[in-house]
Ligand binder design. Structure first.
Ligand SMILES: N[C@@H](CCC(=O)N[C@@H](CS)C(=O)NCC(=O)O)C(=O)O
Length: 208
């Protein structure tokens, strides 16, 4: 029995989309970020699952998994026939790892830094000038992404994988936050968001 704890407009959408791509039966359990009461991410019950009180958290019977990218990989391995992660091919496995680590550490990092300094950090730690640094870093990461993607439809060997979910979700976040994203990468993101599994995940999240 798989349960996903998540919240709208958060990284939990990655996991919801992944579950739909893998065609795994799951229950979606909306939680309230930062709240202490019932279904709050700062409640004692939720923090037993996710010590930092963050989303997403995936529970599969007795197994608890945190970190969106780790959750995507776990889901991919639950559905090996869907080929959502490379298996038994070192070259493709390392290309997949590069795509995921690049996305988390280079592409997402400036977006998250800017977001933290605009609303997530306690007010006394927010730095007003950080948005400009983040925009510069993000623009640099986008040129690298264009280089990796080249003329492919999907990032790893032109085959759809969980890495595309990570990237598309991050680009979508940037587009909504008004970052400058090239037409080519915007189209890549839009094309991925049109996938039926992604559309089903959008509907599932509306229960939130
Ligand atoms: N590296 C984590 C980041 C998780 C994270 O920061 N989630 C945000 C929502 S997108 C959150 O729960 N924030 C609440 C908080 O920081 O207290 C992941 O990818 O799962």
């Amino acid at each position: 029995m798989v349960t996903l704890y998540g919240s709208s407009q958060s990284r939990s959408f990655r996991a919801l989309w992944a579950l739909e791509e893998a065609d795994i039966k799951y229950t979606y359990h909306p939680v309230r970020i930062g709240r202490r009461g019932k279904d709050g991410t700062q409640s004692d019950d939720y923090k037993k699952l996710n010590y930092q009180g963050k989303v997403p958290t995936l529970v599969d019977d007795d197994l608890v998994i945190i970190e969106s990218a780790a959750i995507l990989n776990y889901i991919a391995r639950l559905a090996p026939l869907k080929n959502l992660i490379p298996i038994d091919n070192s070259e493709l496995e390392s290309a997949y790892d590069v795509a995921c680590y690049f996305t988390l550490t280079e592409l997402e990092q400036p977006l998250w830094t800017a977001a933290k300094h605009s609303f997530a950090l306690p007010k006394q730690f927010r730095l007003a000038g950080i948005k400009k640094v983040a925009e510069w870093e993000f623009a640099k990461a986008l040129t690298t992404l264009e280089h990796y993607l080249n003329d492919q439809q999907f990032i790893v060997n032109n085959i759809f994988t969980m890495a595309d979910i990570l990237i598309a979700h991050t680009l979508h976040w940037a587009i909504i936050a008004d970052y400058d994203v090239s037409e080519r990468l915007t189209k890549y993101c839009e094309r991925l968001y049109q996938r039926p599994a992604c559309q089903r995940a959008i509907k599932a999240q509306q229960l939130d």
